[in-house]
Design a protein around this ligand. Structure first.
Ligand code: 13P
Length: 262
């Protein structure tokens, strides 16, 4: 495990999968597969679709499961005429702890800019929740040698106007777009290099205390077989898991990565 005080956060992003019946089964199976030692070593969150949140919240609370409830997206406004959108206070009322903002699928498929992501991150914080702010480059950008500058722009744009203490408490997820859902994972060295780059960006804009405390997740084809090596990198503080989080057994094996580390 990374030699620092940052508790790893393993988050399951279910994307547009699992209806509320399947969601209930998945959280129950996950709770059965994890034990006290797992929760002591690792923070865990699940991010079901909006239609499942109430069902999953009810199971978590009824059975006292130490898994944090997360959302995949949010609108930046408090309320109003925004048909089809969900506000931060609606999520907060469901005891949502973490909200993913600026996922590459939102950026690429739904046109979210750094300015929008920044407004969403601020709205999540104002409602007392923690944003998981995503960044990451395309394959073309990586091949052209622009990966670091792309991510640097996303970080300063998405976190603009936030103070150092606030940034120290939030979560950044580095998800190279070419590794999402493709089965292709960044090598632990590549992932480490970018996460260290992100930490150094945070250090230069917001200082060393903030850089030492902000948690940086890696996402992109994280599986039970590669989790422990990725999590062993000094600047990787957890994972944002897509496909492998849909199966409670696979996700539990990822959460249990410390057992497989030397
Ligand atoms: P996969 O784990 O399916 O590659 O998805 C990663 C991701 O986008 C998590 O947010």
């Amino acid at each position: 495990m990374a030699s620092n005080d940052r508790k790893p956060l393993i988050s399951g992003n279910w994307k547009m999968n699992h209806n509320h019946f399947e969601a209930i089964q998945t959280i129950q199976k996950l709770a059965y597969a994890l034990d006290k030692d797992d929760y002591q070593a690792v923070d865990v969150s699940v991010h079901p679709p909006f239609t499942d949140l109430r069902s999953v919240q009810t199971v978590i609370q009824a059975d006292d499961i130490p898994v944090a409830l997360g959302a995949q997206n949010v609108h930046q406004a408090a309320n109003g005429a925004f048909t089809g959108e969900i506000s931060p206070t609606m999520l907060q009322k469901l005891d949502v702890t973490y909200v993913i903002v600026g996922h590459s699928e939102r950026r690429e498929l739904f046109g979210e800019t750094d300015e929008i992501v920044n407004a969403k991150a601020k709205a999540v914080l104002a409602a007392g929740m923690t944003p998981i702010v995503c960044c990451g480059e395309t394959l073309a950008e990586r091949n052209a040698g622009h990966a670091e500058s792309k991510v640097a722009g996303q970080i300063s744009g998405s976190l603009a106007g936030l103070d150092a203490v606030t940034i120290g408490d939030l979560v950044i997820a580095y998800e190279p777009i070419w590794a999402i859902g493709t089965g292709e994972t960044a090598t632990p060295d590549d992932a480490q290099q970018m996460c260290a780059h992100i930490r150094s960006l945070v250090m230069s804009e917001w200082g060393s205390t903030t850089a030492a405390s902000v948690r940086i997740q890696y996402g992109g084809s994280v599986k039970p077989g590669n989790a422990s090596e990725l999590m062993g990198q000094p600047d990787i503080d957890g994972a944002l898991v897509g496909g492998a989080s849909l199966d409670a057994g696979d996700f539990a094996r990822i959460v249990k990565f410390p057992l497989y580390q030397a």
